[in-house]
Design a protein. Structure first.
Ligand SMILES: [Zn+2]
Lengths: 497, 493
């Protein structure tokens, strides 16, 4: 055991991992990047129904830039603190593949929309600013489905996705651990959600994160040979695959073997990166300026308008939550990762006076999150409005119901959409705070259990919890636990004398 | 009264309005002549008689209603026939680009230029022959056979809009749309003795023009005279939201029919020495110099002007146009439309389909362009070509500080024999040496007849104007044509 820890430590100090990320985020505009076709969820919609001559690459048609997509891209670039190019150039990226209708992708190459940004990440080591090299606009490709039957093999093409606006965000290779990679991805996803440009769904492929990983001797400034990992559909896969790849490359280095520059996939089942058979030979994309589109000119006024319309961004909100509501960094982080959750929290915390923000945070991060995970829904889908949650918490604070009852009530609220008030009324769950009645119950429990009382009095203080449980059971869970505790203490104390 | 098929547009418009003849009669006259001469000339790839007659009948109904009540709206060119080069999409009519790879391609949309013809009430006779993807100067590169020059059917009509030029020259259409990337309207206009306008780049929408060299492609018009060409130009020019490179600026309102200004006094015409290249057929130079004297007689001042980078235009063009073409033609892969040569392996589908269905000139240019854009060569070829293109543009800008127009021959020779240059691509490329500079600079140019050589073949001259200076080109050419008869000669068929 000691030995493995030691070797792991030495690997950390001996080698440094160098990781850069290339992120593709679909922009959730109404129409596609260069035509009027609607942007649809290509996982749900009948194939090839959101397609026109432009996005299917028919002869003679021409692209027209979707200004809304440019605006979305500007939002992201500005939120990443990039320099916006007053003039950027669309370019053709040439390669043949059946999912690429024109035989080239309209992208940006030499003069991208934005450069030199940064994204702040939070890890166990603290806060770091990761430089962002560039942000540019392009169009998505279609989607291929390979069918392998007994008799025949063929591929089907769905062009619904072809031409959806795609934002490419490239970080500098300045991430050094799987944890940092995950933190970058989390922070970026959160940013995209806040800006309302992307749903952040990695599973559906609307957000695709491709790390390139290399290792080098610690202290070296040269880069090692890098590998790229593709087709990662969760943060977990991203973090695990990068961790695995770092260790694999370190091992190769130790053995004096070469790292091969290649594209890797991630095998979820065995948790290993595996070389992917490359689609084709090494590409020469033969980029050149797209002659069908004039240079993209971004006026200063446009930048200013977008800048001033940016919402409060995740990190700022996180800091504010800590300060304004006295939340821990952990709670604030959980509540601000998704803007809808943050709004929900603030709605709850501000719904009623006398409600502690801390209790609102707890109810949301524990009970509501548990329900969302179990039901597989987002916070915008749940039936309980923030005011209703606040009302429930207030009932607990006022001693009308106790904590445990409240949890049961919340589950019912989430399932039925009914208010806490009406559930408590209907099920007569209101807490009993009548100290005389509770004193009666305590007295009865102590009388009915003389042996336990004797044991307790001999010094087994641990039994107080058992007595508490018996009293609560007798009260059908509705007794005010605070009063029960006090009464138990008092009566047992009297017996002790 | 000349025959119906020989009428100019203004005569046709007047005749239709007066009721001298109906659109159906006119259309039938053209279809009959096509029927008689197409086997010799092969100006068309696809004829659309049913569509044409239906459009003509519709126009006749509109005329009938209009005669009863002159408040009934009558589109400006109701019932007037036209031919369209087969690289411009007409919804529902196959558009081949002269290529096997689009042999059965039927576009579901109209090119914007075609849309504007249809809105104006025009009748589409058919789709005219072209070199494959407009790559060529003779129509010999068409996958559907060569068009023959109406003045001598052993000779080429020029290209790539050779079908349109031959159709107008032979009166198989009163007027036609063409496209010009490096001279493809002007050179065939010159070879066939008709008037052809290549507008400023961006003046006419390219939407629905099947791309060859996107930064050079322009939709143009070929007609019996400049009035006809200008008429159609005015119809199709103007901004189009579907083409981001189309210019958003108004078209000057000009009226040529009434503006028979007899004098060109005050006009300065520059003549670049660089355009009288070695090997030029002497009769061509003589005819152009004669025409310049005529311009002087009409009051213009003719003076030398220098376009010093002219000799670089040809190599620059043969880097830029093929580079753009190599990307533009990548979509013809047999995957979504067009013929497919089947195979078990994906890459074989690509290479076999493209290998089988593209002609050799198209393949040559795709390879040229692919090479020019490749890593390690880009800077030396495509990048360098773009820089020199800027110098060529600057040449024109500077020249137009001193002159209103630049005059030059269109081609070094008159129409050559079919097959004469077929094995010599370089000789074929030289055909465009004098038309390419205006294409690279994006300036408008017009080609019109100024004489005949000893074989009786037409000789053309071009006037080049500053950006968006079409109006000056039209006015000047019109004044010349009012004073001369070259444009009135017709081939004997
Ligand atoms: Zn579309």
């Amino acid at each position: 055991m000691t030995k493995t820890i030691k070797s792991k430590n030495s690997s950390v100090s001996e080698f440094e991992a160098v990781i850069g990320l290339e992120v593709h985020a679909e922009l959730e505009t109404k129409s596609k990047m260069f035509c009027a076709c609607p942007v649809v969820d290509h996982n749900l919609v009948e194939p090839n129904t959101a397609v026109c001559p432009v996005c299917s690459g028919m002869p003679g048609v021409l692209p027209v830039v979707n200004q809304r997509a440019v605006e979305y891209a500007l939002r992201v670039a500005l939120a990443l603190e990039c320099e916006i190019a007053p003039v950027s150039i669309f370019a053709r990226k040439n390669y043949f593949y059946p999912d690429l209708p024109k035989g080239y992708q309209i992208s940006q190459y030499e003069q991208p929309l934005a450069v030199n940004g940064r994204l702040t990440i939070l890890t166990s080591q603290g806060e770091r600013h990761i430089p962002v090299r560039r942000v540019h606009l392009e169009e998505d490709t279609g989607k291929l489905t390979h069918v392998e039957g007994d008799e025949e093999r063929y591929s089907l093409i769905d062009l619904n996705r072809a031409g959806i606006p795609l934002l490419e965000i490239v970080s500098e290779p300045e991430l050094h651990s799987a944890e940092e990679v995950r933190a970058f991805a989390v922070a970026l996803r959160s940013l995209l959600l806040y800006l309302g440009v992307n749903t952040g769904d990695m599973q559906k492929g609307v957000l695709r994160i491709e790390p390139n990983v290399s290792v080098r001797p610690a202290g070296s400034s040269e880069f090692g040979t890098r590998t790229e990992i593709k087709n990662l559909n969760s943060f977990r896969a991203l973090e695990k695959s990068v961790g695995y790849e770092i260790q694999r490359q370190i091992k190769l280095n130790r053995q004096g073997k070469q790292v091969v520059q290649e594209t890797m996939g991630w095998d979820e089942a065995v948790e290993e990166t595996i070389p992917q058979r490359s689609k084709e030979e090494a590409h020469d994309y033969r980029y050149f300026p797209e002659p069908d589109l004039p240079p993209l000119v971004i006026e200063k006024g446009w930048i200013e308008r977008v800048q001033s319309s940016l919402p409060e961004l995740p990190l700022v909100k996180l800091r504010r939550f800590q300060e304004q509501y006295g939340l821990s960094a952990g709670d604030a982080g959980m509540l601000t990762a998704n803007p809808a959750v943050a709004d929900y929290f603030e709605g709850t915390a501000n719904a009623a006076t006398g409600l502690t923000a801390k209790s609102a945070a707890n109810w949301i991060t524990v009970e509501i999150f548990a329900f969302m995970n179990q039901a597989g829904v987002g916070i915008e889908d749940i039936e309980v409005e923030p005011q209703q949650l606040a009302a429930l918490i207030k009932m607990v604070n006022n001693g009308e119901i106790n904590q445990n009852t409240a949890k049961t009530v919340l589950v019912e609220m989430l399932q039925t959409g009914e208010t806490a008030e009406s559930i408590v009324e209907k099920r007569s769950l209101r807490q009993i705070s009548d100290s005389g009645y509770i004193a009666e119950l305590v007295k009865r429990v102590l009388e009915e259990n003389p042996e336990q009382v004797a044991t307790y009095l001999k010094g087994k203080q641990g039994l107080s919890g058992w007595f508490f449980g018996q009293v609560m059971r007798a009260a059908k869970g509705k007794a005010d636990p605070q009063i029960v505790k006090q009464e138990l203490e008092r009566q047992l104390g009297e017996m002790d004398q | 009264m000349p025959k119906l098929v020989e009428l100019t547009l203004s005569q046709i418009i007047a005749g239709l309005q007066k009721g001298d003849f109906s659109s159906s009669e006119l259309t039938q006259a053209f279809l009959a002549r096509i029927d008689r001469l197409e086997s010799q000339l092969h100006a068309y790839i696809t004829l659309t008689p049913d569509l044409a007659l239906a459009q003509a009948e519709h126009a006749d109904q509109q005329f009938a209603a209009w005669r009863v009540d002159s408040n009934v709206p009558l589109p400006p060119l109701s019932g007037v026939p036209i031919a369209v080069k087969d690289v411009l999409c007409v919804a529902g009519v196959r558009c081949t680009c002269g290529s096997k790879i689009l042999e059965d391609f039927v576009p579901p949309y109209n090119a914007t230029s075609v849309e504007r013809l249809l809105e104006s009430g025009m009748v589409i006779l058919g789709k005219t022959n072209t070199d494959e993807f407009a790559m060529g100067s003779s129509t010999e590169n068409s996958a559907f056979g060569t068009t023959h020059n109406p003045w001598d059917i052993r000779r080429v009509p020029g290209g790539s809009s050779g079908g349109s030029a031959a159709a107008v020259a032979a009166c198989l259409a009163p007027v036609a749309l063409g496209t010009d990337t490096g001279g493809s309207v002007r050179q065939p206009a010159s070879f066939c003795g008709v008037t052809g306008i290549k507008p400023t780049y961006g003046r006419v929408s390219r939407y629905g023009l099947i791309a060859f060299g996107s930064s050079l492609d322009v939709v143009g018009v070929l007609g019996h005279d400049v009035v006809d060409a200008a008429y159609i130009y005015k119809l199709i020019a103007g901004h189009d939201q579907l083409d981001s490179t189309s210019a958003d600026r108004p078209i000057p309102d000009f009226e040529l029919l009434d503006s028979s200004r007899g004098s060109l006094s005050g006009f300065r015409i520059g003549v670049p020495d660089e355009y009288f290249i070695p090997g030029m057929q002497p009769e061509v130079e003589t005819a152009v110099r004669e025409a310049l004297r005529e311009f002087e007689n009409l009051g213009a001042e003719v003076m030398p002007v220098s376009l010093s980078h002219t000799e670089h235009a040809l190599p620059v063009y043969y880097l830029i146009a093929p580079a753009e073409a190599s990307a533009n033609l990548a979509r013809y892969d047999g995957i979504r439309y067009g013929p497919r040569v089947q195979s078990d392996r994906m890459w074989d589908i690509y290479s076999r389909t493209r290998g089988d269905k593209f002609g050799s000139e198209v393949k040559r240019r795709i390879m040229l362009g692919t090479y020019a854009l490749s890593t390690g060569y880009y800077d030396a070829y495509y990048g360098q070509a773009q820089k020199v293109r800027t110098l060529i543009k600057n040449d024109f800008d500077q020249a137009f500080e001193n002159v209103d127009l630049i005059a030059a021959p269109v081609t070094p020779t008159t129409a050559f024999f079919i097959g004469e240059h077929l094995d010599d691509p370089l000789a074929m490329y030289l055909e465009d040496a004098l038309t390419i500079p205006a294409s690279l600079a994006g300036v408008p140019a017009i080609s019109f007849p100024v004489g005949f050589d000893k074989q009786g073949l037409p000789i053309g001259m071009q006037l080049m104007g500053p950006q968006f200076g079409e109006e000056i080109l039209f006015q000047t050419t019109h004044t010349f044509q009012l004073a001369t008869n070259w444009h009135l000669s017709k081939p004997k068929l």
